[in-house]
Design a protein around this ligand. Structure first.
Ligand code: NDP
Length: 408
């Protein structure tokens, strides 16, 4: 029964629901009198926007520059990425702000075409995912043997871990260079569109500033992202590629999009409070991730919170033999097993708070992220248990809480 739901029922239901859902969201936050009619395949405006973003993203991975080697897979493949994320972010944001300075009608035009932009993103994502499915089956990048599953499930889950197209890594392209840049530019556009329609709003600015800092932080650390579940566990298919090409530009930007037609009711003092809450959450989320990276970079020989780091020695097997690893049990990783997710959620709540007083809709991203991260905790723990066995069980006994000490 589990298999039927997982392989036959889940994928089509999720794909139809999510693909249509983003279009509904765009409609929910729109302003019908000034909104351009929607078409399933987008329009000239939407294709111009999406084409520029795609080409820009591709160029950023084609320019000569430093490369980064990701973790080698259990089947011996080492993915190669471009290590210019932060420059890409700064240049893109600078170029975009210059563009809107000269074309001040653009934010309104974009806002009234947003549902068409998402249609174009949907078309691109579906074409890419079909290609990835065919490529994965006929001419995969590596010799990994992937179990055959129902076709729709394979399309949804993806075939390959690290496919390359046009000389670039597909997931770096879709996740880092298209999805997250679209997220950043779209929230800035919505802030400008709201400003032009309703006058300046500090709360809306705070919503955008927090997301901008968060995304700048992401790009600063982009090479660290290549060690995360999205990259080492998720195959390039509908789930992750459509997610980054369509879902991220839609749902992740929704709290800012919604404020264009529904201006914030939060006072300036409230906005300052939200800013402080968000900044603290960003700092703590960064700190948790940093502690693990620092600990791993020093192979456990380092201090955290003024004391030598403590850890559990773990081992796991790959096709090339036995490997060793260490599980940190001090600092934040000794308080709970996923405090980075807890602070990530606090931050998401902070940038949704400017929509307070407009019901549940401005909080959709926060609600979605709660479900995503709680589900991700379980996925991650399943992966770690399978990888480390008894050492992981010991870690769970020593650090018994997942996200909130004494609660969960
Ligand atoms: P983590 O950074 O928490 O990494 C989990 C991995 O770390 C595990 O699989 C394991 O990998 C290793 N690990 C777990 N416990 C320990 C320990 N005690 N000591 C050493 N290593 C350990 O997860 P993510 O990759 O999901 O998240 C990275 C960042 O991205 C976080 O800040 C998160 O909040 C953010 N994020 C944001 C999302 C969004 O949509 N906004 C979605 C997902 C994440 P190994 O096999 O290497 O041992």
């Amino acid at each position: 029964m589990d298999d039927v739901v997982r392989h036959w029922v889940g994928p089509p239901v999720i794909m139809v629901g999510a693909t249509a859902g983003v279009q509904v969201l765009a409609w929910v936050g729109s302003d019908p009198p000034s909104t351009t009619p929607w078409t399933l395949l987008g329009n000239i405006h939407s294709w111009a926007v999406v084409t520029v973003l795609l080409v820009w993203a591709l160029l950023s991975l084609w320019v000569p520059g430093k490369e980064f080697r990701g973790p080698t897979t259990s089947f011996g493949y080492t993915p190669i990425y471009k290590a210019n994320g932060f420059q890409f972010f700064l240049v893109s944001l600078g170029a975009f702000l210059t563009f809107v300075y000269y074309f001040q009608d653009f934010p309104q035009a974009f806002f009234s075409n947003f549902h068409n932009v998402l249609s174009s993103c949907n078309v691109v994502a579906f074409v890419l995912c079909v290609y990835l499915l065919v490529k994965g089956k006929l001419w995969p990048e590596s010799a990994e043997v992937v179990e055959v599953k129902p076709l729709l499930y394979e399309f949804y889950r993806g075939m390959e871990l690290h496919p390359r197209i046009l000389g670039v890594d597909v997931k770096q392209f879709t996740n880092c260079r298209f999805g997250l840049l679209a997220w950043e530019l779209f929230v800035v556009i919505f802030f400008l569109a709201g400003w032009q329609r309703n006058g300046f709003s500090l709360a809306h600015l705070v919503c955008v500033v927090l997301q901008t800092i968060y995304l700048a932080k992401f790009y600063w650390w982009e090479t660290g992202y290549f060690n995360t579940l999205d990259i080492i566990l998720d195959r390039a298919g509908y789930y992750i590629c459509w997610g980054c090409l369509v879902y991220v530009p839609s749902l992740y930007t929704f709290s800012s999009y919604y404020l264009v037609v529904n201006p914030p009711l939060v006072s300036e003092t409230g906005a300052v409070f939200i800013l402080v809450l968000g900044l603290v959450a960003i700092a703590l989320n960064y700190r948790v991730d940093w502690e693990k990276e620092y600990f791993r970079a020093h192979d456990g020989k380092c201090e955290l919170w003024g004391r030598p780091a403590t850890f559990i020695q773990a081992q796991y097997t790959t096709t090339s033999g036995l490997r060793y690893s260490k599980l940190l049990t001090s600092g934040f990783w000794g308080v709970a097993r996923h405090l980075n997710y807890t602070f990530e959620l606090t931050l998401a709540l902070a940038w949704c708070l400017p929509g307070l007083g407009h019901g549940i809709l401005p909080f959709l991203y926060f609600i979605f992220l709660t479900v995503l991260l709680v589900h991700r905790v379980f996925r991650d723990e399943e992966k770690c248990q399978a990888k480390y066995g008894e050492a992981w069980d010991r870690y769970c006994r020593e650090v018994p809480y997942r996200m909130i000490p004494l609660v969960f």
